[in-house]
Design a protein around this ligand. Structure first.
Ligand SMILES: Cc1cc2nc3c(=O)[nH]c(=O)nc-3n(C[C@H](O)[C@H](O)[C@H](O)COP(=O)(O)OP(=O)(O)OC[C@H]3O[C@@H](n4cnc5c(N)ncnc54)[C@H](O)[C@@H]3O)c2cc1C
Length: 389
């Protein structure tokens, strides 16, 4: 079964009367297994943006799951969304990545946008449902972790802002209808929802990369790019504060993707180890292989618990900075270890394309970098620990 028993047990902890969520998650699991999984290898190998999968994902209501019904959201608890994302990532991490990015931006608009922006973008333009797509554009050639030093500028001219500058390593700007763009204004860094069709918003050449090859990675050039005053998210000068909230939500979803990727690699390893024979026995009988399987299972369980717990805190309206950072740090680092073990258990075949195992490792490798590197998350976790003292 794609919806594994441990996911079910955790959902039960947070929602004791969760029968309706189990049947929903079971059906999402079947959808992931029957309709998404089979295309994942091809999406990676041929570097295909998973547009068809995203359309199906929209139809199934996965993008919309945790958002309020007034924006055509599914109104479901965040851990249910996390469980769905985990399964989507297990089937095809390339498909899960855009759902995750879009989810965190929608949450930012929900939290900080005015009523008009929320109705227009979340509901009418269908961002909550995934009917239109949005990219997140913070990183610049000069700065990633050091986001406060970004150099793009937005100058107000009457009822418009004019943006100039460049963004680097942005996921799917050319596939999206909008981008949430951060730029410095008179009062500090601000965030703008920019239509990618806007004159002056130019998507540059795609950058080849190690994993997540179905997602485009590109630079953006902003040249006298005009946006209306109403496309400013919230208040001028509060962009970095908003980015922190948005990224906290994103970190929980990235942790879910890490867990899903690791689960896929683990299940392949269990199956392979039972079938592969050496010295007259299945390799699953060798204790050194069992040690790896044991480590993998334990890392995944711990990552899953931290991740769903952070999702639960979010639903409770609690501060998620610590839990989201811990979940993302642990899940992403674990996913790399688990996928590395998976390659080793598959022996030489793990290094080839035969069982499509190295895709999981290549995808997992991004997760300790994007949306806060492991180093930056460790600094943040230590900062929060020292503050509490
Ligand atoms: C596939 C992919 C997709 C991406 N998608 C997006 C996207 O959609 N939108 C977006 O805005 N960005 C995106 N990024 C950019 C990503 O968020 C940045 O790469 C990341 O934040 C790190 O920034 P950097 O690459 O500039 O590294 P740097 O910030 O230059 O860091 C380089 C190294 O130094 C370390 N370091 C930096 N400062 C410290 C410190 N104070 N203490 C200790 N170590 C430190 C870092 O941890 C890292 O190991 C993406 C990147 C990739 C690879």
């Amino acid at each position: 079964m794609f919806y594994v028993s441990e996911q079910r047990n955790i959902i039960d902890i947070y929602h004791p009367a969760a029968q309706e969520y189990h049947s929903l998650l079971n059906s999402i699991g079947e959808f992931c297994e029957e309709e998404i999984l089979h295309g994942a290898k091809r999406i990676d190998q041929e570097e295909i943006f998973p547009a068809d999968n995203l359309v199906e994902t929209t139809k199934r209501g996965l993008f919309a799951l945790p958002f309020p019904e007034e924006y055509n959201g599914g109104g479901k608890p965040f851990p249910v969304y996390i469980a769905a994302l985990e399964m989507l990532a297990k089937a095809c991490a390339n498909t899960a990545l855009h759902v995750s990015i879009q989810g965190m931006i929608c949450e930012g608009i929900r939290l900080f946008g005015d009523d008009r922006m929320k109705m227009r973008l979340l509901k009418e333009k269908g961002l909550v449902e995934g009917r239109s797509l949005i990219a997140f554009a913070l990183t610049e050639p000069c700065c990633g972790s050091d986001a406060k030093s970004i150099q793009s500028r937005a100058v107000q001219m009457g009822d418009r802002y004019v943006l100039n500058g460049s963004k680097m390593m942005i996921t799917n700007p050319g596939e999206s209808d909008y981008a949430l763009v951060f730029a410095a204004t008179r009062r500090g860094i601000s965030a703008f929802v920019v239509s990618t069709a806007e004159h002056g918003f130019k998507v540059m050449k795609t950058m080849p990369k190690l994993g997540f090859r179905g997602n485009q990675l590109a630079a953006i050039q902003l040249e006298e790019c005009e946006v209306a005053r109403e496309d400013l998210l919230g208040e001028e000068g509060r962009g970095l504060e908003y980015a922190k909230h948005i990224l906290n939500v994103g970190r929980i979803t990235i942790a879910a993707i890490g867990t899903g990727i690791a689960q896929a690699a683990f299940e392949k390893s269990v199956n392979y180890s039972k079938k592969r024979k050496a010295f007259g026995e299945s390799i699953s009988q060798f204790q050194l292989v069992q040690e790896k399987l044991s480590d993998m299972a334990t890392q995944i369980s711990a990552a899953r618990l931290l991740t769903y717990y952070a999702g639960f805190l979010k639903d409770q309206g609690k501060d998620i900075a610590l839990a989201a950072s811990q979940a993302k740090l642990f899940s992403s680092e674990s996913a790399i270890k688990v996928c590395d073990h998976a390659i080793q258990i598959h022996g030489g075949y793990g290094y080839t394309d035969a069982y499509d195992v190295h895709r999981h490792w290549r995808d997992a490798r991004l997760l300790t970098i994007g949306e806060g590197t492991s180093e930056m998350l460790k600094l943040l976790i230590a900062h929060l620990a020292l503050k509490d003292e």
